[in-house]
Design a protein around this ligand. Structure first.
Ligand SMILES: NC(=O)c1ccc[n+]([C@@H]2O[C@H](COP(=O)([O-])OP(=O)(O)OC[C@H]3O[C@@H](n4cnc5c(N)ncnc54)[C@H](O)[C@@H]3O)[C@@H](O)[C@H]2O)c1
Length: 375
């Protein structure tokens, strides 16, 4: 089998390369984006050993078209991934994520033999605020109101001011992204769906939750909340938690995500489906900070600042039942076990300087996207 992995030099890509069958031919296409790959000007030895590597932007199809004829499965990971950053570097996110996907499809349309399957790495960001219930009906709030956030009303309410209960994200739920990043992931999904349906290509769209684990690039201050928390705790810096610290996320270990991608890639029958990939458990950010601090034997030094990021969502957790129906049992590793593996690796890395992280927050402040509650 022959695989093309775009963005294959990135965090999830590196894990994926290890798990693809050893007898498969693999081509990695990656621009080695300097925001992600601090100081890296060539593919790392582990990627070079496993794959034919092409350094190119996915938009520049002439740079790699000669290498991908005969590909059975395309795994499209290449993307810009900073949700907050996408709110002010809007055209760059649209170019690289949307035009990048469009160009990749144009290239596929020129191939003599089309791939059997395409796997797209989408995101839980496409759900936006997700679905809520009052016990009777389902509501799809379209973003939280600025006036509410400025008053410190963090949870989602119905029109009569009653708090609603968040529902685990199901693939059938409405998609209404609250960030430019989320929009670009949804456009990627729709472009792929439209094209693959017309060509009979088996499209598997995987909506990842928050992925963490060893090999996550620490040089990128715009993504990877666990890396950001770990940097601060390990360096003895006080952490700022936005809102009231009770924001929840579904943290899924990168090894489990790579396993899910490989299962889809090798699945014998057609899947043609959108599938969530998360641990399936919601964890508050305070709990994550405390878990990291306990494992590092450091104090959990944080302030709950009441500041908030415009477009941020309050809760996210995947419903994994569709995955289990299609692909069998899902036994992700626990957060504690995953964090232990992550921290063991982290302690051998050069940490991101606190100043770089602070600079990324100042960029958001300047753009009016990091605000404080009044009073
Ligand atoms: N990590 C997460 O928590 C998470 C969550 C949801 C979805 N995803 C999706 O999973 C995919 C992989 O994410 P990751 O965490 O490995 O990110 P990453 O930033 O570590 O890897 C992305 C790779 O793509 C490359 N790249 C970026 N733009 C490119 C372009 N225009 N052309 C060619 N290469 C380009 C980068 O150099 C990098 O190596 C992305 O599509 C992302 O949207 C990730």
């Amino acid at each position: 089998m022959k695989f093309l992995v775009t963005g294959g030099a990135g965090f999830i890509g590196k894990w994926l390369l290890e798990k693809l069958p050893t007898n498969a031919e693999v081509v990695v296409l990656d621009s080695l984006d300097q925001q992600v790959h601090r100081k890296l000007h060539d593919f790392s030895p582990e990627v070079k050993e496993r794959a034919t590597c092409i350094q190119a932007d996915v938009q520049n199809i002439e740079d790699y078209q000669s290498e991908i004829e005969g590909t059975d499965v395309i795994i499209h990971l290449a993307s810009q991934t900073g949700t907050g950053q996408s709110m002010y570097e809007i055209s760059r996110y649209v170019q690289e994520n949307v035009n990048g996907t469009a160009k990749l499809l144009e290239l596929v349309s020129k191939l003599n033999s089309k791939p059997r399957r395409i796997i797209l790495s989408s995101s839980r960001a496409v759900y936006g605020d997700g679905a809520y219930t009052d016990g009777k009906e389902i509501y799809y709030p379209k973003g939280r109101r600025l006036e509410d956030l400025q008053q410190g009303i963090w949870e989602v309410h119905n029109d009569r001011g009653r708090p609603l209960t968040f529902l685990p994200m199901q693939e059938s739920h409405l998609t209404q992204p609250t960030s430019v990043y989320g929009l670009t992931k949804l456009w990627q999904e729709q472009l792929m769906q439209n094209y693959c349906e017309s060509q009979g290509i088996d499209l598997v769209t995987l909506r990842f939750q928050n992925v963490y684990g060893p090999k996550q690039e620490l040089g990128n201050p715009y993504t990877g909340i666990i890396g950001i928390f770990t940097n601060a705790i390990a360096q003895g810096k006080r952490l700022e938690l936005f809102e009231d610290g009770q924001v929840t996320r579904d943290f899924v270990f990168v090894g489990d995500v790579a396993e899910a991608v490989v299962r889809c890639a090798l699945h014998p029958a057609s899947l043609s489906s959108i599938i969530n990939v998360g641990m399936g458990q919601a964890v508050t950010l305070i709990d994550v900070v405390e878990a990291i601090a306990a494992l590092l034997h450091k104090p959990a030094d944080y302030t709950v600042s009441g500041r908030f990021r415009v477009g941020d969502i309050r809760h996210a957790v995947a419903d994994m039942s569709h995955y289990e129906t299609l692909l069998g049992s899902w036994f992700p590793i626990s957060l504690k076990a995953g964090l232990s593996q992550y921290l063991e690796w982290y302690l051998e890395q050069e940490p991101l300087s606190h100043a770089v992280l602070q600079a990324s927050l100042r960029e958001m402040e300047r753009s009016g996207l990091l605000l404080s509650k009044h009073g």
